[in-house]
Design a protein around this ligand. Structure first.
Ligand code: ZN
Length: 121
């Protein structure tokens, strides 16, 4: 009956939902191998840009109910997410991102899983 630390609890939360990456990394901000804790919202989206190191832009779509017009609308937005070296998401990949503490001014999500890799060229 060892004490479960908060960090281990969070990792269980993560591992229970997504399989850990095949590779390991030494990134401090990796939710699997570093100390980054994820919590809150999870989104699925497509990587639209992976040009910057360890950062990707992910396009997500969600359904929103419009009160004024009383119907559901499809909305989309772009989120910046941290891209740990062990995951290494690339442009065109379908990924899952989870909310974490702000890593920079615009970055408060991290890629936790690549559901489908873009076609290799
Ligand atoms: Zn890692």
């Amino acid at each position: 009956m060892g004490e479960v630390t908060k960090n281990e609890e969070k990792k269980k939360w993560l591992f229970g939902r997504f399989p850990p990456p095949e590779r390991e990394c030494d990134d401090e901000n990796c939710p699997f191998h570093g100390h980054l804790r994820v919590h809150g919202r999870i989104f699925r989206g497509i990587v639209t840009s992976a040009k910057r190191q360890k950062t990707v832009t992910v396009l997500i779509e969600y359904i929103k109910h419009d009160r004024k017009y009383k119907r559901f609308m499809k909305e989309h937005s772009k989120l910046h997410a941290h891209n740990p070296p062990c995951i290494n998401a690339r442009e065109g990949d379908i990924v899952w991102i989870a909310e974490c503490r702000p890593l920079s001014k615009t970055k408060r999500f991290v890629v936790v899983y690549v559901e489908k890799h873009a076609k290799a060229e």
